[in-house]
Write a protein that binds this ligand. Structure first.
Ligand code: HEM
Length: 130
C-alpha cells in the first residue's frame, strides 16, 4: 500500500504499460523499478495470503473466525491483483484507482484480523487479562 501510494502521488502509474510483466521482462530496469517492485510485493503478498488461507482450512483446530477472515483476505488479494491489471488497461480510471485503494484497506484489515485471531488476541483475551 505504501509503494502504491507513492506510485499514485508521483504520477508513475503508467510507466509500466504491460501486465503482468513490464516490458523489461522478469527483471526490472531503472525505468520500471517502482512499478515492478509494487507488482513483486503484490505477487509475494498474494502467495502468502493464499497459503495462509489454505493452511487455515487444512489445520484441524483452526478457529472459524480465522477461516472467515483469511478466506476474505484471499478473495480481496486476488481481486486486487486483477483490478491492478484493469487499472492499467483503463489508463488509471479514477473510480477504479479509488476502488483499488479501498480493496487495499479491506485486505489489510482482513490480514490484521487473521493475525489477531491467530494470536488469540480477541475480545475474550482482553477481558480475562483486565
Ligand atoms: C496486494 C496487492 C496490491 C495492493 C495492496 C495495492 C495497493 C495499492 C495502493 C494502496 C495504491 C495507491 C492508490 C491511491 O493512492 O489511490 C496502488 C496504486 C496502484 N496500483 Fe496497486 N496494489 C496491489 C496490486 C497491484 C497490481 C498487481 C497492479 C498492476 C499490475 C497494481 C497497479 C497499481 C497502479 C498502476 C497504481 C497507481 C494508480 C495511480 O497512478 O493513481 N497494483 N496500489
Amino acid at each position: 500500500m505504501f509503494i502504491g501510494g507513492y506510485i499514485s502521488a508521483a504520477g508513475l502509474g503508467l510507466t509500466c504499460p504491460d501486465w503482468p510483466l513490464c516490458p523489461s521482462g522478469i527483471f526490472p530496469n531503472e525505468k520500471y523499478f517502482i512499478e515492478w517492485t509494487h507488482r513483486l510485493i503484490a505477487a509475494i503478498t498474494g502467495i502468502l495470503v493464499v497459503a495462509i488461507t489454505i493452511g487455515s482450512w487444512i489445520a484441524k483446530n483452526s478457529d472459524r473466525k480465522i477461516k472467515v477472515t483469511s478466506t476474505l483476505a484471499a478473495i480481496f488479494v486476488v481481486t486486487q491483483i486483477t483490478l491492478g491489471a484493469i487499472v492499467i488497461d483503463l489508463k488509471l480510471h479514477a473510480i477504479l484507482v479509488a476502488i483499488h485503494f479501498g480493496i487495499g484497506i479491506l485486505l489489510f484489515a482482513m490480514v490484521l484480523l487473521t493475525t489477531l485471531f491467530a494470536f488469540r488476541l480477541d475480545k475474550n483475551t482482553f477481558e480475562t487479562r483486565v
